[in-house]
Structure formats: C-alpha cells, structure tokens
Design a protein around this ligand. Structure first.
Ligand code: COA
Ligand code: AMP
Length: 638
C-alpha cells in the first residue's frame, strides 16, 4: 500500500540508508550497492560507494528490454521551426548508441568532459545521453550565454570535445551559435580536440578546418557501423563517477561547476518522478524549461526517461510562438499528465490571455497537475492557474545544487493542503532548519537562513568541479553540520517551508539564476565607469530584473545616456542576452557605509518602492535622495 507523506518521511528519518537502498532497487546495476552511504570519501561522503552502473542504460536500454521499445520516449515540439518529431525508446536508443560511437571515435573516454552549446533540439538530449553511455562528463551551457561565459566554462571543464549547433531560434531572431563558439574558443586557453557542429536548416554553418566535424556526416557513418554490427555498449561506471557538470551563478563572477554523480542521481530522480510528481511509466511528463538549466537536466532528460515516461522537448516560448495558448496546445496534443514550468511563464501567459480564452481550444482533461519552481511564486499567479486549469498547482523549491526538490507537495505520496506562498514540506532526504546569525535554529515562524542538515541526499551536488575547497567554503563553512542554501525564509508550525529570497548576490530573472556580481564586473569594465552597483528589482513579469547604477569617471565627455546605452550593450555582449540588464542609470554617487560598502539592499528597497530606513552606518544619507529621484518615489521612514 502506498504510504502517505508523513509515514514516508519518518521512514527515511529512521533509516536513510534503508530508504535509499529501497529506492535503488528500482534500477538496474552492473554491481548493485551493498552500502547506501559512506561518510568518509569526497567532501561529505558518497552515495552507493561500491556500486557499478550506467545512467544511459537505465534511461534507455532498460526500457527497451522491458517492453517499451515502441513507446514514445522523446517528443520534440518546435513551433519555431513548425516541426514535431517523436522518437520511440528504440529509436532514441539507436541514435544514442550511434552518437556514443561518434564520441568514442573522437577519442572520448570515461571521465573526459564534453561541452554542449545547443538549443532545444533532440541532438542535445542525444549528445547528453551518449556522454552518459560512454562515461564522459557532459556540461551543457545555456544558449543565452555569450562567448566569454562559454569560454570561462571551457577553461574550467577542459572538454575534449565541444558539441554545438549552427543556431538557436528565438521569437524575434535566429541566434548564430557558431560565431559565438569561435569567439569563445579564441578567448579560452583550453583547446578541445574537436567540435561537432549540427547544421540546422535555418542557418548553415561553415566548418572550421582541422577543428570542426559535421554532426550529420558522423551520425550517418556511425549508424552504418551500428547496423553492420559494431557494438556500442554502456560503460561500467562507479556509481560515484561524475555524470555531469552544470555551471551556475554564485556570489562571485566565477560560475560554480556543480558535479552530479551517476548512482545517487538516477536513484533520486526516478524516486521523485513517482513520489513527488506522481507520474507512472508510460505517461507523458513535460518540463517547459531548457536543457541548459537544472530543470532541463533533471526533468526534461533524466527524470522522465529513468521512469520510462514520454518526455516533451519544447523549442518555443510560453507566448509569441505563436500565442499564449502554446502551452495548452502542447499539453493537449501530447497527452501531458504533469506539466512543470517557472511562475514567470504563467505570468507571461496570464498577461496576454487573462481570461484564458486560448485554453478553450484544447482538451486538457488528461492534465493532473502543474508544478512550478525556479523563483518565488506569487499566490495570485498560482490561484489564477488553478482556476484556469482546474488542477493542483504545486509550488516546489529547489536549486541547481540539490538537483531535485527540497520542499514540495508530494502528489505521488499524498496531496497535502496548499498554503499559498509556501513551497510545502521537506522531502525525504532533507531536514530543513532556519538558522539565525549565530548559527542556531530560530523560533518557529521566524525568518533566517535556510540550511539543510548534512549529508545531502542522493542526487544532490557532490562537489564543485576541481574545487572541493570552494564547495566547502561556499556551502558548508557558514554553519558547521549544515549546507547553506543561500536562501532566506521560515518554517511554520506545520513544518511548511516559506522561501522569501536570497541572502547573496544571486537574482532570479524570468526563472534564470544570475549573479549581480558578474554583471557588476562587466559594467565596471566600461572605460567611463568609475563605480557601479547592480541590484535585482521587482518586475511584474520576470519576478526580478537587474538594474544598474553607475558613477562616471571625472572628465568623461560622453553624455550619461550614451554611456548607459553602451553599458547595456556591453553586458549583453559579455554575458549574453539572458542577463537582461536593460535599465542603467547614471548617478553622482553611490550610497555607501563609512567603511565603503555599497548599500545594495537599500538601493533595492528604493527601486522596489518599499519603505526603508537609512542605515546608521551610512556615509552620507543625502545621496539617497538622488537615488530615489532616479529610481523610485517613496520617502524614507523616520
Ligand atoms: N539562446 C539565445 N538567446 C536566448 C536564449 C537562448 N537559449 N534564451 C533566451 N534568450 C534571449 C532572449 O531572446 C531574450 O533576448 P532579447 O533581449 O533580445 O529579447 C533574452 O535572452 C532574455 O530572455 P528571457 O529571459 O527568456 O526573456 P523573454 O523576454 O525572451 O521571455 C518569458 C520572457 C517569460 C516568456 C521567458 O523568460 C520564459 O519563457 N520563461 C520561462 C522560464 C524558464 O523556462 N525558466 C527556466 C527554469 S524553470
Ligand atoms: P536555480 O539554481 O537556477 O534552480 O535557482 C535556485 C534558486 O531559485 C533558489 O535558491 C531560490 O532562490 C530560487 N527558487 C527556486 N525555486 C523556488 C521557489 N519555489 N520559491 C522561491 N524561490 C525559489
């Protein structure tokens, strides 16, 4: 009999090892684990330390063997090209087997890194799974990042091969990836041995001699070899071997390479499909995100395929491709049972179609739930979606680091009462504590830093790529015995988690996690800028948007407006369009403490039109009047 939430959580607390060993039994192993967790190796211990496995085998081969060969595994729905293509499990396995041969022939071995810089095309998923098959460590870089950011990731991961496409297709333009890749490789110190370029119909890309190979040519060759009987086996990997690196923003401009292992990751993700999302093998699950983000890794690629579901890869937007009914069309056409997206996507749909008229054309009777994450969900958006869809709308909270939800309403176990504004209760694997400045738990209901008792569960980050010490400093040093999430919030009397915002320089723009420190580095590199501050300001659509304040160097002859425009362009060129820094204003001075620290939180409060008190440590409070004049209208409170 299925246990409810509390019984499941209690079972885990009583015996975490037994709990995760049970979950591990749902997967195939070359050598099954005999122990769940060893606290000695790695930064904080490792899950399934003596097991041998392969994630790709569990995502594809296992299902083909078990009778799912003809079931759709992947549906690529692309309104930007007008095409929809379905791959059965057998077809996807064949493509992945072939591409694994391509990688092997390029010299890629277990442990080598492969970077993917690709749009939402099936080849991105095929490339990821082929890496998993040969044991190579993939690192997908989101297409909205520019050359310099790609270069930073190339230098950190030192890939043997880079996989890229000729272009991505946005609503308003075609983004040529090849020139961005060329620029990145000219900026990077590291040289990959080869780049494999997927030419797309919308934009052909010339190949750089002695470096680039054509995806289509290599694929054809490998398919012939496969048909001729060449085997493409799954590598036998230690469960603790890395599956992927995913870079995410931190408090500094330097991205953090989150490392995920093979064994713990597949165990945890399959379990979440059943327990959190309540999706059975054979059903269709759709995460409307991008393979460049953690949601795409966990819930477009690995989670659904590990569970034997059909997953949807949607190359489009919630609005504009062609309209705000796009999500409802995709969900209806492909029989989606559970949909997952970011609140910003729902806000975008609501803005264009507040009455939900476009839903009327589609039969969503098969949809059971909408899950949302990636940023704080405003209760109004949740209520609107609930009314419109007539299904539970579940806010759940997690991060790139955790890989799956820390707090959720686990529909697969039990539907708990919804509290609007809360992401519900901690999942098995996580003990959530709210800590005060002294590192002690605060009283129930009080705000503090959200911390998780160590060790982290299977599927969470095991370290940062080549940077164990940075992992310890970033996450484990602040509160001994705890992982510091970087989020602030509270726990209420029913144990519900309320996430209120970040405690660091990370902002969430349209569900995309970005670092204001990185943006400040880019802004400060403009020759006319003496100092700057970038803060996240509230935005009705995107949740937050960055806003920059700059002080010009003395003697700058260009007009403030011109410099501000140049700064906007500079950030777009350096970091990428995803940074979305569109508002930059020139001020005489920045508000600072007497010790010279810029008062970013006060700037943010002013920009958000909130009341604020000038901090006692402020160097010169008159400067706030100017900030208010340029940014917001509210007077300070006494
Ligand atoms: N490749 C190249 N450029 C990209 C890109 C990609 N993969 N993804 C986004 N961009 C560009 C966009 O074209 C846009 O450029 P512009 O300034 O020229 O218009 C810029 O980056 C900002 O993109 P975005 O933040 O997506 O804003 P938008 O205005 O294009 O769309 C939403 C707004 C709400 C429709 C969109 O953000 C959305 O669908 N969000 C869903 C959230 C989501 O998927 N989050 C992932 C975590 S769950
Ligand atoms: P990312 O690593 O891109 O998934 O971003 C993780 C961050 O997004 C978290 O640390 C939170 O700040 C924020 N976040 C994610 N989900 C939620 C949620 N449901 N509610 C509030 N904030 C969220």
């Amino acid at each position: 009999m299925r246990k409810g939430y509390q019984a499941t959580y209690d079972h885990w607390r009583r015996d975490p090892g037994a709990f995760w060993m049970d979950a591990a039994a749902a997967l195939d192993w070359f050598e099954p684990p005999t122990v769940a967790f060893d606290p000695k190796p790695g930064v904080y211990g490792r899950w399934f330390p003596d097991a041998v496995c392969n994630t790709c085998h569990n995502a594809l081969d296992r299902h083909v063997t078990e009778g799912r060969a003809a079931q759709p595994a992947l549906i690529h729905d692309s309104p930007v090209t007008g095409e929809t293509k379905t791959f059965s499990y057998a077809a996807l396995l064949r493509e992945v087997q072939a591409f694994a041969l391509v990688l092997r022939d390029l010299g890629v071995k277990a442990g080598d890194r492969v970077i993917l810089y690709m749009p939402m095309v099936p080849e991105a998923v095929i490339g990821m799974l082929a890496c998993a098959r040969v044991g190579a460590v993939h690192s997908v870089v989101f297409g909205g990042f520019a050359a310099r950011e790609l270069a930073a990731r190339i230098d950190d991961a030192a890939p043997k091969v880079v996989l890229a496409a000729s272009c991505g297709i946005e609503v308003n333009r075609v983004v040529a990836y090849k020139p961005l890749l060329d620029d990145a490789l000219s900026l990077a110190q590291h040289r990959p041995q080869a780049c494999v370029i997927l030419g797309r119909e919308r934009l052909a890309a010339g190949l750089t001699p002695d470096r680039d190979q054509d995806w289509g040519v290599l694929r054809e060759r490998a398919l012939s070899a496969l048909d001729g009987g060449r085997p493409s086996p799954c590598a036998r990997l230690a469960a603790t071997d890395p599956l992927y690196i995913l870079y995410t923003s931190g408090t500094t401009g330097r991205p953090k390479g989150i490392v995920r292992d093979n064994g713990g990751h597949m165990v945890a993700l399959r379990w979440t499909m059943e327990a959190i999302y309540g999706v059975a093998p054979g059903e269709t699950f759709w995460a409307a995100s991008d393979v460049g983000w953690v949601v795409g890794h966990s819930y477009i690629v690995y989670g659904p395929l590990l569970q034997g579901c059909t997953t949807v890869l949607y190359e489009g937007k919630p609005v504009g491709t062609p309209d705000a009914g796009a999500f409802w069309r995709v969900a209806a056409e492909h029989g989606v049972r559970v949909l997952f997206t970011a609140p910003t996507a729902i806000r975008a749909i609501r803005k264009e179609d507040p009455e939900g008229r476009l839903l009327a054309h589609h039969d969503l009777s098969g949809l059971r739930a909408l899950f949302i994450a990636g940023e704080r969900a405003d209760p109004e958006t949740i209520r609107w979606a609930e009314r419109l869809l007539g299904v539970p709308v579940i806010d759940h909270w997690w991060q790139t680091e955790t890989g799956w939800a820390v707090a959720a309403n686990p529909l697969g176990l039990e539907r708990l009462p919804v509290k609007y504004g809360s992401s519900a209760v901690p999942m098995p694997g996580y003990v959530v504590q709210i800590l005060g400045g002294d590192g002690r738990p605060v009283e129930r209901g009080a705000m503090g830093s959200i911390a998780l008792e160590m060790p982290l569960p299977p599927g969470a980050a095991v370290t940062l790529w080549n940077a164990d010490d940075r992992f310890r400093e970033s996450y484990l040093a602040a509160y001994p015995g705890f992982y510091n999430t970087g989020d602030a919030g509270s726990l209420d009397e029913d144990g519900y988690v309320w996430v209120m915002g970040r405690t660091d320089d990370v902002i969430n723009v349209a569900g995309h996690r970005l670092s204001t420190a990185l943006m400040e580095e880019a802004v400060a590199s403009h020759p006319a800028v003496a100092e700057c501050a970038v803060v996240g300001c509230q935005d009705a659509l995107k949740g937050e948007v960055p806003c920059g304040l700059i002080v010009l160097k003395t003697g700058v002859s260009a007009s403030p407006g011109t410099v501000a425009e140049e700064v906007v362009t500079l950030v777009r060129d350096r970091i990428g369009p995803v940074a979305a820094l569109k508002r930059v204003v020139v001020v005489e001075r920045l508000p600072k403490t007497r010790s010279g620290k810029i008062l970013r939180s006060t700037i943010k409060r002013i920009a958000d039109g909130e009341t604020y008190t000038a901090p006692a440590t402020i160097e010169d409070s008159s400067v706030l009047a100017e900030i208010e004049r340029v940014l917001g209208p509210l007077p300070p409170q006494p």
